[in-house]
Design a protein. Structure first.
Length: 336
């Protein structure tokens, strides 16, 4: 990673007093990303909101072993453990239930909020609404964007409400029971937002509450494992069938999944109709190639690198479609 953690740059203020509830809490689920967690701590230590007005709650998986990151001086951090956690859902529930703060902000261990993040979320907070902030790829790591890399970009109101940058009134979380732990991984944040809206809460997008999301480089094996773990998404539509309108063609998770399914269908006809099979690959190639020919990478070297990574990317996409299909079958919904 190109970035080095820097000392906190903030005005001195009193440390968090456990006898007084903070105004806002930050809940962070984490698993084996201690270096990333240190960068996140550095960002939280530089918040413009005084340190005695917020607390940080980090929830680790009980299976995690050291060395473990410690909190920087002046930042109030509590470290908790989630028993037998298999994903961030349970960890987030452990975290928000441990605080008495009336507002709970959620972010992830691969994010780095800007200094005014908490101040702007707190200014926008109300008892009858939940918030989502702006999330963009970390500018220090944009050079790592490749076919197999992963990041997050939310530059307007998102119908998926990703939990890397959201905030909820604690009373609303209490009323809803928090995140549904039936979601092992993927979709739990959207489900919470939909249940909050159904309970009468409004939502607001806070554009200036920005967090930078890491650009995570992965090899084919790690990317495939991560794709296979995304097995809870169809449960979202078993619980909220009307939300199918946000799927591509009301059936596919996105355009890429639709293109993968078309290519796989064409592959079955390869022997009898090779021209048709070849044509069925075109939408996928267009989707992946056009989306990854960024400025500065459109020369011969960029095209060669793209071609070299494309087979691995296709494999990962196929794994993700397969995991989605298997989960959809178990939940008796049609989602690919």
């Amino acid at each position: 990673m190109s970035r080095q953690a820097s000392p906190p740059k903030r005005a001195a203020s009193a440390c968090f007093d456990p006898a007084v509830a903070p105004e806002i809490a930050v809940v962070i689920p984490t698993a084996n990303r201690e270096a990333r967690l240190a960068f996140l701590f550095d960002a939280l230590a530089q918040q413009t909101l005084a340190s005695d007005r917020f607390e940080v709650i980090v929830v680790r998986d009980e299976r995690q072993r050291g060395p473990l990151t410690v909190a920087p001086t002046g930042l109030s951090v509590r470290f908790l453990v989630a028993p037998s956690a298999t994903g961030p859902t349970k960890q987030r529930n452990v975290g928000w239930r441990a605080t008495r703060a009336p507002v709970v902000a959620f972010t992830d261990d691969d994010c780095r909020p800007e200094p005014a993040w908490l101040e702007r979320l707190l200014a926008a907070a109300r008892e009858d609404r939940f918030l989502q902030g702006r999330t963009e790829p970390d500018p220090d790591e944009r050079h790592l964007l490749r076919l197999l890399s992963r990041t997050r970009c939310v530059i307007g109101p998102s119908p998926w409400y990703p939990a890397c940058n959201v905030a909820y009134p604690r009373a609303l979380l209490e009323r809803l029971g928090g995140f549904d732990e039936g979601f092992r991984f993927d979709g739990e944040d959207t489900d919470l937002a939909l249940r909050a809206a159904a309970a009468g809460a409004g939502s607001r997008y806070v554009d200036d509450a920005r967090a930078w999301h890491a650009v995570l480089s992965r090899g084919p094996l790690a990317a495939s494992r991560e794709a296979a773990a995304k097995s809870s998404f169809p449960l979202l539509f078993a619980k909220h069938p009307a939300y199918r309108e946000h799927l591509y063609l009301r059936m596919f998770r996105n355009r890429t999944h639709a293109a993968v399914c078309l290519a796989l269908g064409g592959a079955l006809a390869w022997r009898r109709r090779p021209a048709l099979a070849a044509a069925s690959l075109l939408p996928y190639l267009v989707e992946r190639v056009a989306g990854n020919l960024m400025p500065g990478r459109r020369g011969p070297r960029g095209l060669v690198r793209l071609a070299a990574h494309l087979p691995a990317r296709a494999l990962v996409d196929a794994v993700e479609v397969g995991a989605t299909a298997a989960s959809a079958a178990s939940h008796r919904v049609v989602v690919l």
